[in-house]
Design a protein around this ligand. Structure first.
Ligand code: NAG
Ligand code: NAG
Ligand code: NAG
Ligand code: NAG
Ligand code: NAG
Ligand code: NAG
Ligand code: NAG
Ligand code: NAG
Ligand code: NAG
Ligand code: NAG
Length: 396
């Protein structure tokens, strides 16, 4: 009996040893909202990262300011960055470097959570910089080369530039987050992803001044579910095909059970008309069970993307879009457009399917049919089509 009891005690002690909390206050962090705590944060991180077990860097309740900070791996065990309090970026952009505020790099098994908030103070910086030409586009949190990451239970508020960048990562989950920026703070993307294989975004509410989610070069195996987008520019692929010869395909993406409210676009794919002729594929997309509320262009493929109107629109996009399915998409358009599939002349979209589309115009004009546009698209439509589809209808 005694031996068994001792063994259990040993196990408990071992478990206690294997987990350890590194509280930033023990490293000198001060929660007055003004003192720069980056040195304390990095010291706490460095000890946590060396810990051979489950370590937690704890930001307790209180407001902690920090200038740009980098948390580097690789770490010995799994590491949690737990934000219970509020992190605040400096208003003065000269305290930030390299277009980012908080940067995690080269870490396997990283969790970032805690129920707290990180506030980029973007609006104050924009006001301060109104008359100067200071740089304002710093991304609040950047993940470079993270594998098996889980970002959850947090609020990202008033970013200067984007909220999250995910670059060179694998197996990432973003869940139970809110991301907010004022609509007229431009270039405040919600989650921007590239060179990443495996990312799930679920139960995330995004209201911002640019794309809610942007998938660019080398993004694959994406599942976006229960995401609320608005205001914002939509859940977007691209822009791609602007002439970078190293761009990689975007493929295997599911966007399901999402709501757009007051966003510029709903689900969109944008590529540039481009004379540089670097071929690229965008393929295997499912957009399903989506509600649109006052969205300007609910379903959009724009292969003539040229926001500054300085392109040669007689040139074709060299991006080949194929195997894209839109299913059960319903709600209200804020313009007279429901579906706009404007594909490349030289590389027409292949195998685009529209199934059960039910989109109406806003205001008192219920019943007035919207318009659908299809240019250079091969594909078909199935089931209910309001307004009538511009793709040939098919029976199953
Ligand atoms: C910017 O310039 C305008 C007019 O030149 C001035 O009224 C305003 O106070 C300035 N704002 C700041 C933040 O310096
Ligand atoms: C979501 O995060 C908030 C804190 O931001 C927390 O209070 C809540 O319990 C979380 N919900 C779930 C389902 O985990
Ligand atoms: C991602 O997760 C899968 C399944 O859990 C695993 O097989 C794979 O090795 C993981 N990838 C990375 C880069 O860790
Ligand atoms: C994403 O969700 C799918 C379906 O639930 C699951 O199979 C996959 O492993 C998840 N990927 C990650 C990176 O968590
Ligand atoms: C769809 O999303 C809503 C809210 O975002 C959620 O409450 C619901 O459970 C989701 N439904 C499914 C089938 O996932
Ligand atoms: C959509 O946005 C409008 C305007 O902000 C708001 O009044 C409405 O409640 C929102 N609808 C939903 C379903 O969130
Ligand atoms: C695009 O996909 C097609 C068909 O799968 C393939 O033959 C072609 O090599 C791909 N092109 C590029 C640039 O990856
Ligand atoms: C088309 O995309 C669907 C969904 O991603 C996928 O299951 C299917 O295999 C793809 N078809 C081809 C021919 O690649
Ligand atoms: C065409 O799209 C349908 C529906 O997404 C998919 O099941 C099928 O595999 C696709 N076929 C090709 C050749 O991509
Ligand atoms: C499609 O693209 C062409 C070429 O740029 C443009 O002239 C046309 O207005 C676009 N159509 C729609 C409906 O967006």
């Amino acid at each position: 009996m005694c031996a068994k009891y001792l063994f259990m005690l040993f196990l408990l002690a071992y478990a206690a040893e294997a987990q350890r909390v590194f509280n930033v206050k023990d490293y000198g962090a001060i929660e007055d909202g003004n003192t720069d705590n980056s040195v304390a944060f990095v010291r706490a991180w460095s000890d946590a990262c060396k810990w051979n077990g489950e370590s937690t860097v704890l930001i307790p309740h209180g407001t902690y300011m920090s200038k740009s900070v980098i948390f580097n791996g690789p770490c010995k065990g799994s590491t949690t960055f737990q934000i219970n309090g509020d992190l605040k970026a400096p208003i003065d952009p000269s305290m930030l470097v390299d277009q980012k505020w908080i940067n995690f790099r080269y870490i396997d098994k990283l969790s970032v959570n805690g129920g707290g908030a990180f506030n980029g103070q973007g609006t104050a910086t924009r006001k301060k910089c109104q008359n100067d030409s200071c740089q304002i586009l710093f991304t609040s949190m950047v993940f470079d080369f993270i594998t098996n990451g889980r970002i959850e239970n947090l609020h990202s508020v008033d970013s200067k530039g984007g909220h999250f960048i995910v670059f060179g990562c694998g197996n990432m989950t973003f869940t139970n987050l809110t991301l907010t920026s004022p609509t007229n703070n431009r270039n405040t993307d919600g989650i921007k992803i590239s060179h990443t294989n495996g990312i799930n975004i679920t139960s995330v509410k995004i209201g911002t001044g640019d794309d809610c989610v942007a998938m660019i070069s080398g993004t694959k195996n994406v599942r976006i579910t229960d995401v609320f987008c608005g205001p914002g520019h939509g859940i977007s692929v691209g822009s791609l095909g602007g002439g970078n010869p190293h761009e990689l395909p975007v493929e295997d993406v599911v966007v399901r059970n999402c709501t757009f409210n007051g966003s510029m676009n709903g689900v969109q794919i944008k590529t540039w008309p481009n004379p540089s002729k670097t071929p690229l594929n965008i393929s295997n997309f499912i957009y399903e069970d989506i509600v649109m509320i006052n969205v300007k262009t609910p379903i959009f493929i724009n292969q003539q993307y040229c926001p500054e109107h300085n392109c040669d629109l007689t040139k074709s996009s060299y991006v080949q879009i194929s195997n894209v399915s839109y299913k059960n998409i319903r709600g209200i358009s804020a313009t007279d457009i429901a579906v706009n599939l404007n594909c490349s002349m030289e590389f027409p979209c292949q195998n685009v399917t529209l199934e059960d589309i039910d989109l109406w115009s806003s205001g008192g004009k219920r019943g007035k049919h919207l318009k659908n546009y299809c240019f250079n698209v091969k594909g078909s439509s199935y089931g209910k089509q309001i307004p009538p589809s511009c793709l040939p209808s098919n029976k199953f």
